[in-house]
Design a protein around this ligand. Structure first.
Ligand SMILES: Cc1cc2nc3c(=O)[nH]c(=O)nc-3n(C[C@H](O)[C@H](O)[C@H](O)COP(=O)(O)OP(=O)(O)OC[C@H]3O[C@@H](n4cnc5c(N)ncnc54)[C@H](O)[C@@H]3O)c2cc1C
Ligand code: FES
Length: 270
């Protein structure tokens, strides 16, 4: 699924920062070159500070772009130092952003979409839904998270005229279960496998279960992996994930930052 496209790096001004919950922020930046060409599934690397620490940029999925206004929007949860610094940025301040990085979801010939996302894997699925002509597809959406606060953009998804299932680990929103449970229920009900595909983004254990279910019910899948990354451009080897086809003597790996983040159903050992 490798793609080549222009890459831009520039200092981007923060236009708007919105706190969505105690640890979640949505931020809109000026980045006209990227807004013209980015596609769902791609991500950016943000260097949050010009200071020595944190030295490395951090990867964030593209939540949306506005090509007319030349803006890029990301949504993030505070995990550590970089996301904490980012959350404190004020409108008018700048950060260094590189992108668009990575490959994109491919919808050729697909009519039935099972969209499955967990936690910070939700943004790329939201971006996809913003760009496609929804009535052309039969869409079933499955969103899971630890708590209600981590089920980002609930209202926006609820306003979409598509079939939806929500779940949380603590039962604070939707069903108290793993999101792969309602996914399996839907797969059991049947679908036209030649035109169906699961598109999924989220934590590794969720992706591993999505991969297992996709293989069991013989449906294609595109899995977007959010590994820990450092350079984001194929130099540091910090984002390796093993590939199928490994032998005792030769192991095969992929660099998620340059080959991914999206892989087809059977490519990765999850
Ligand atoms: C392709 C891609 C897209 C991403 N998109 C988003 C997004 O849209 N929104 C968002 O909130 N986050 C996203 N992430 C995760 C985000 O990059 C990390 O949360 C961020 O780098 C943490 O930086 P930090 O300095 O705040 O925390 P750090 O101090 O770097 O990390 C804090 C803790 O989180 C762990 N951690 C860091 N990155 C990850 C990761 N990728 N997976 C699991 N654990 C991790 C670290 O091991 C550490 O325990 C994405 C990651 C990738 C690879
Ligand atoms: S993050 Fe450095 S090689 Fe992928």
């Amino acid at each position: 699924m490798n793609v080549s496209h222009p890459l831009f790096q520039r200092s981007c001004t923060l236009l708007k920062s919105t706190q969505l919950s105690s640890k979640t922020y949505q931020q809109e930046y000026v980045f006209p070159e990227l807004a013209k060409i980015s596609k769902p599934g791609q991500f950016v690397q943000i260097r949050v500070s010009a200071e020595y620490s944190p030295l490395l940029p951090r990867p964030f999925s593209i939540l949306n772009v506005n090509a007319n206004q030349g803006t890029l929007t990301v949504l993030f949860k505070i995990f550590g130092e970089a996301t904490e610094i980012l959350s404190r940025k004020l409108e008018g301040e700048t950060v260094e952003i590189l992108g668009p990085l990575g490959n994109t979801f491919e919808l050729n010939r697909i009519k039935k979409l099972f969209l499955v996302a967990g936690g910070v894997g939700i943004p790329p699925i939201y971006y996809l839904l913003q760009t496609i002509d929804m009535p052309r597809y039969d869409i079933s959406l499955f969103l899971g998270a630890a708590t209600k606060d981590d089920l980002f953009l609930r209202e926006e998804f609820n306003n979409m005229d598509i079939e939806k299932s929500f779940s949380t680990d603590d039962g604070s929103y939707g069903t108290k279960t793993l999101i792969t449970v309602p996914l399996e229920d839907a797969l059991k009900r049947g679908f036209s496998s030649s035109k169906a595909c699961i598109l999924s983004c989220g934590p590794m254990p969720m992706l591993a279960e999505v991969q297992r279910l996709a293989q069991k019910y013989k449906v294609e899948a595109q899995l977007s992996v959010e590994t820990i990354m450092a350079c984001g451009i194929g130099i540091c080897q910090g984002c390796v994930v093993p590939l199928h086809g490994n032998t005792k003597d030769a192991k095969k790996y992929t660099l998620v930052c340059v080959d991914g983040p999206i892989y087809s159903r059977d490519e990765l050992i999850l």
